[in-house]
Write a protein that binds this ligand. Structure first.
Ligand SMILES: O=C(O)C1=C[C@@H](OP(=O)(O)O)[C@@H](O)[C@H](O)C1
Ligand SMILES: C=C(OP(=O)(O)O)C(=O)O
Length: 420
């Protein structure tokens, strides 16, 4: 589809049915790219995601001396030398949280200076806890604003047998340190401090990927992981489909009353957002309270679905949605209230969606600000399946994780108004 600054969705008026595959997992692709880049030898990653976030990771690794070929749309062939080289210029990582956090820690394994930077949105996303934890290892690292840009002056080694990290704002700090730790010269215990961490399932994804690349990592208590200094071994690796992307298709299915074949069973995912299936399958009887803490990226999907539910839904455990690509709690309440005033209320860091099944079939002209956030654009497109007049601004932002999103909906029978 051609690039456009707005896209109006025409409600299909029929159940959406057919085959629609989500792309490869962003989270797993970016872990596998990094681990393959740190390994010595050639790794073949298949089923991988090609999108803005994975391109930023791949290009950053290329800038650090890793050779990466792309023989087709879902494969990366990665050849590392076993050591990342200092890049000649700052690494620009757009608004890719995974790439930014993972490479900040990995930069400690580089003998030289690495500047990790991103776009104006990334420059507002906190990285202070990760920077502080790295400093306690004697690594020279600075982030003046507590957000990128981050400057890491690595020596290629670090000395630590214990790292304390507060993962309350982002589990990615913990994942970043875990992946770095296998490149050390002695066993390291990584210990969570502070209150809650977000989705623990992302840590499991990290340790599973590390093991696949030959690392020896073990959970020795509910808050401690021990990582042995194995470095990484090149391997062939299959990336599973993206569970967060799957949530839009699951929601489109229940909203339209159709049958969408994702080509992968809903219980085959190892990613945290796969938990969303259970909630989505209850539509139009979603629970009165949904804890989003362990399936954070699925909350926008379920929140828009909740607008059409029989009864109101309160989303709890979602405070760190405020520091994602945008403040997602605000973006959701703004978009829902734009569709119909009073549809959503922010209560502290909870979001209450005052459901109204009668929204379906109405014409309500609403231009939805995506706030440059792929998940806001993709979620509100779901409202356009039922309400006539929903226009998504900046629809191209879906390129962050699901570049084929609009084409995928079109293949299921969704049409768009030509706004030109
Ligand atoms: O580790 C990962 O792959 C991710 C962790 C989550 O972020 P936080 O840990 O920042 O909550 C999630 O929102 C993000 O899309 C991907
Ligand atoms: C929060 C997200 O991304 P990241 O933190 O990787 O930028 C997301 O994809 O919803």
């Amino acid at each position: 589809m051609k690039s456009t600054d707005k896209l109006t969705i025409i409600p299909p008026g029929k159940p959406l049915s057919g085959r629609a595959m989500p792309p490869g997992s962003k989270s797993i692709t970016n872990r596998a790219l990094l681990l393959a880049g740190l390994a010595k030898g050639t790794s073949r990653l298949t089923g991988a995601l090609k999108s803005d976030d994975t391109r930023y990771m791949a290009d950053a690794l290329r800038a650090m001396g890793v050779s990466i070929d792309e023989p087709d749309d879902t494969t990366f062939v990665v050849t590392g030398s076993g050591r990342l080289k200092p890049p000649k210029a700052p690494l620009f990582l757009g608004n890719a949280g995974t790439a930014t956090r993972f490479l900040t820690a990995a930069a400690a394994l580089v003998d030289g200076t690495v500047v990790v930077d991103g776009d104006e949105h990334m420059r507002k996303r906190p990285i202070g806890p990760l920077v502080e934890a790295m400093r306690t290892l004697g690594i020279d690292v600075t982030a003046e604003t507590g957000c990128p840009p981050v400057t890491v002056k690595g020596t290629g080694r670090f000395e630590a047998d214990r790292i304390l990290i507060d993962g309350g704002l982002s589990s990615q700090y913990v994942s970043a340190l875990l992946m770095m730790a296998a490149g050390g010269d002695r066993p390291v215990d990584i210990e969570l401090v502070g209150e809650d961490i977000g989705a623990l399932g992302y840590i499991d994804l990290t340790t599973a990927a590390m093991k696949a690349f030959g690392a020896n990592v073990e959970k020795t208590s509910p808050v401690i992981w021990r990582v042995e200094p194995t470095t990484y071994r090149a391997t062939d690796f299959i990336v599973e489909p993206d569970a967060s992307a799957a949530t839009y298709l699951w929601a489109a299915e229940v909203l339209s009353g159709g049958k969408i074949d994702l080509g992968v069973p809903n219980d085959a995912f190892t990613q945290p957002d796969a938990k969303a299936y259970e909630a989505i399958a209850k539509f139009p009887h979603l629970p009165a309270e949904i804890d989003g803490s362990q399936m954070q990226d699925a909350v926008p999907t379920i929140a828009v679905l909740a607008a059409f539910n029989e009864t109101p839904v309160r989303f709890v455990g979602i405070a760190n949605l405020r520091v994602k690509e945008c403040d997602r709690i605000r973006a959701l309440s703004t978009g829902l209230n734009n569709i119909r005033g009073g549809l959503a209320v922010e209560d502290g860091d909870d979001l209450i969606v005052h459901s109204d099944p009668a929204l379906a079939g109405q014409t309500l002209l609403a231009e939805i600000d995506s706030f440059a956030d792929h998940r806001i654009a993709m979620s509100f497109a779901l409202a356009g399946l039922k309400i006539d007049g929903i226009t998504i601004l900046d629809p191209d932002c879906v390129g962050k994780t699901f570049p084929a999103y609009w084409r995928t909906l079109a293949a299921l029978g969704v049409t768009y108004q030509d706004n030109d």
